[in-house]
Design a protein around this ligand. Structure first.
Ligand code: ATP
Ligand code: MG
Length: 428
């Protein structure tokens, strides 16, 4: 026998019944997007490597060490599997002049790829839902996207998810802060770890994000960007806070919240759960007003977030909020193979009336005993068995037998016009 092959490390198969939880979650997400009038956008998984180098910045973790990049063997193009999707959405918006008639509210769902060390909540292929509101400059839309995430936690019954908030101000303010930060870290160079030394001149803001416990006192006492914000920036973040206060959404101001990508400005935020260990951030985002122009488009503001679906599902498990099992409504029991043709006519009519029916599948030696068929009907989770016995068929009937709850006796239904009694089987 041939040696079986295995999936790439950090890239997971999502199998039934677990995949039903994924579909349930994605349904909730799509319903949410409809309520907020965000339209779906689907961009390619493979993009030119240059898109991410330009869009994320050369010195970000993602571009430095997490991208799956390769040369197209056919034509030598430099390509990458998308590590995130803001850059792709912005590229598409520019390429198709999507903003010519005003702002666009967009969302996506799909796989992202990052070469990280696989662990709980951190995979090499993972799924993100993201929203991008392009062309809107006001703090009202910052608040809108933040509250969309809150609405999802509520729809999912996720319990407490904490909101952390910060403002990165605008470029000139960040530059002044950066100068102060570099001087501060230079003055304390002996306390910097290797990572921090490397970042000191390339991306000093990222030092604030350090997870190294030894670095914490130094980082905590570092100059804070908030102190460098001008009037307009303060007004922007205050307006966001005012909406959050008005709707009773608590938040923690976290001056160390900087986000990994260079393109963020003004509002940045993360939704964090205490129940997920080190990978507690289930959603992160912010405003990126310079990105569209940086990518070669006519200047336009943007704000959005990305959410990790694996982490959201993990959290659903932690809080015990279990989505309903995806069982069929009915299981068709076929005592002998000869009943298959008339049974299927009725089953197809039920299915077109919206009933989920699993039909017993026979083997080379026929359909199997009634006992084993009922065992399978039970295991399927169906609420009803439809028994297409020869006696019933001869009367133009099928027997309907409740399998769950108080049960009850089986009773007959006509094979014809199954649409008339389909409502009894459909899951409300
Ligand atoms: P982290 O600090 O956890 O590495 P990040 O800042 O790299 O997160 P973003 O790029 O903002 O994350 O992505 C948005 C969300 O996608 C994260 O909040 C998280 O929920 C999820 N996410 C990011 N990387 C991974 C991964 N490797 N595996 C699973 N989910 C991920
Ligand atoms: Mg990361």
């Amino acid at each position: 026998m041939a040696e079986p092959l295995q999936a790439v490390k950090g890239m997971n198969d999502i199998l039934p019944p677990d995949s039903a939880r994924w579909e349930w979650l994605e349904d909730k997400v799509r319903a949410l997007m409809r309520r907020y009038a965000y339209a779906n956008i689907r961009t390619p998984i493979v993009e030119p490597t240059a898109l991410f180098v330009r869009g994320l910045g050369q010195v970000t973790d993602i571009v430095e060490k997490e991208m799956y990049s390769f040369t197209d063997a056919m034509n030598g193009d430099q390509l990458s599997l998308r590590p995130e999707n803001t850059a792709g959405v912005v590229r598409a918006a520019i390429e198709h002049a999507m903003l010519y008639d005003g702002g666009k509210r967009l969302f996506y769902i799909g796989p992202m790829f990052r070469h990280e060390r696989p662990q709980r909540g951190r995979y090499r292929q993972f799924y993100q839902v993201g929203v991008e509101a392009l062309g809107f400059a006001g703090p009202d839309v910052d608040a809108e996207v933040i509250l969309m995430a809150r609405a999802l936690w509520r729809d999912l019954g996720l319990g407490e998810v904490r909101l952390e908030l910060n403002s990165l101000g605008q470029a000139s303010e960040r530059a002044a802060h950066r100068t102060a930060l570099v001087s501060y870290f230079e003055a304390n160079a002996s306390q910097l770890d290797g990572d921090a030394q490397r970042r000191l001149h390339s991306n000093p803001l990222r030092i604030l994000d350090s997870k190294n416990p030894a670095m914490q006192p130094l980082v905590n006492a570092a100059p804070q960007l908030m102190a460098y914000l001008g009037e307009a920036s303060l007004k922007h973040i205050d307006a966001v806070k005012a909406v959050l206060d008005a709707v009773g959404q608590p938040y923690t101001l976290n001056p160390r919240l900087v986000r990994g990508m260079d393109y963020y400005c003004h509002t940045v935020f993360e939704w964090v759960s205490p129940l997920l260990g080190a990978q507690g951030t289930i959603c992160g985002g912010g405003r990126y007003d310079g990105l569209v122009e940086m990518m070669g488009g006519k200047p336009a503001p943007g704000v959005g977030w990305g959410m990790g679906l694996e982490r959201v599902l993990d959290l659903l498990t932690q809080v015990g909020s279990a989505p309903p099992a995806a069982s069929p409504d009915a299981y068709a029991v076929l005592p002998d193979a000869a009943s298959l043709a008339p049974a299927l006519a009725t089953v197809e009519a039920l299915r077109s009336a919206g009933v989920a029916v699993q039909v017993h599948a026979g083997g080379k030696d026929g359909m199997g005993s009634m006992k084993s068929q009922f065992r399978k009907a039970d295991a399927s989770g169906a609420r009803f068995a439809l028994v297409f016995g020869a006696a019933e068929l001869a009367q133009g009937m099928v027997a309907l037998k409740p399998l769950r709850g108080p049960g009850g006796e089986q009773s007959l239904r006509p094979l014809e016009a199954a649409g008339n009694w389909a409502g009894e089987l459909r899951n409300a």
